[in-house]
Design a protein around this ligand. Structure first.
Ligand SMILES: [Zn+2]
Length: 219
C-alpha cells in the first residue's frame, strides 16, 4: 500500500461515503490507518457558535466562540462519521490552523466504517443505533435540571457510561463527555470539572473505583 500522506488525509482522499442502512449514510476507510493517524478533515466553514445555522447539528466547536460547520452535508468529510459507543476515531482540533479532523483511536482497516463518539449533551434523549455489544442505548448525555433529582439522573447516566466505556476500553470517551458537560458551567475549567465529577461520583469522587479507573487507564 502507498505511503501514508497526512496531506491526502486532509483532502479526504482516504475516505468515501457509504450506506449504513437504518443509520443513514456513513464514512468508510479506503486504506488502513494506524492509531494516531489523521483519517480525514472536518470540512466546512468557520462560523460563530450560535446554534442558528441550518446545519448547526453538525457543528464542531473549534474554541469558545467558533465552530466549523459543513457547507454541504452531502459532501465528503468527517461530519459523515456515525456515532458509536465503541468508536474507532475521535474528533480533534488543530488550534493553530483552525480545523477539525478525525484521528484513528483504533487501527482501522480499508473498507471498515469510520465511527466516532458524538459529544452530545442535549435536553432530549437520542437513541443509539450503533449495535455494539456494549452500547449505552443513547447518544451522549441527556441533560437534566440542575437540582437533586437532576444530579441523581446525571449520576446514573455517567455511571452507566463509565461501565460501558470500561467494557469497551474507551476511557477517553468519558473524559470528553465530562469536558463537554463542564464547558457549560459558568466557572473556570478546573472548578467546572470538579462540579461535574462531584455530581457524578459524589464528594469523595477521588476514591471512587470508577474515578480511579479513569485516572489509571491510558487516554
Ligand atoms: Zn451505542
Amino acid at each position: 500500500m502507498a505511503h501514508y500522506s497526512e496531506h491526502k488525509a486532509l483532502r479526504n482522499a482516504y475516505v468515501e461515503k457509504g450506506d449504513c442502512g437504518n443509520r443513514g449514510a456513513g464514512l468508510f476507510a479506503l486504506r488502513d490507518f494506524k492509531v494516531g493517524k489523521k483519517v480525514c478533515i472536518y470540512s466546512g466553514s468557520i462560523h460563530a457558535t450560535t446554534g442558528d445555522h441550518p446545519h448547526h447539528n453538525y457543528a464542531l466547536a473549534l474554541n469558545d466562540q467558533e465552530s466549523v460547520i459543513p457547507d454541504d452535508i452531502a459532501s465528503l468529510g468527517g461530519h459523515l462519521a456515525n456515532h458509536s459507543c465503541n468508536p474507532n476515531s475521535s474528533y480533534e482540533i488543530d488550534d493553530i490552523r483552525k480545523y477539525g479532523f478525525l484521528e484513528a483511536r483504533k487501527p482501522i482497516k480499508a473498507g471498515q466504517e469510520v465511527t466516532t463518539y458524538y459529544q452530545y449533551a442535549h435536553a432530549e434523549r437520542v437513541i443509539c443505533l450503533c449495535g455494539e455489544p456494549h452500547c449505552t442505548g443513547q447518544i451522549g448525555i441527556q441533560l437534566q435540571p440542575d437540582d437533586a433529582t437532576g444530579h441523581e439522573k446525571l449520576r446514573a447516566q455517567l455511571r452507566w457510561l463509565v461501565q460501558v466505556m470500561r467494557a469497551n476500553g474507551q476511557r477517553w470517551v468519558v473524559g470528553s463527555v465530562l469536558a463537554q458537560l463542564a464547558a457549560g458551567l459558568p466557572v473556570d475549567e478546573r472548578e467546572a470539572k470538579r462540579i461535574v465529577l462531584t455530581r457524578a461520583f459524589g464528594d469523595s469522587y477521588e476514591s471512587d473505583e470508577d474515578f480511579r479507573w479513569l485516572n489509571r487507564m491510558p487516554r
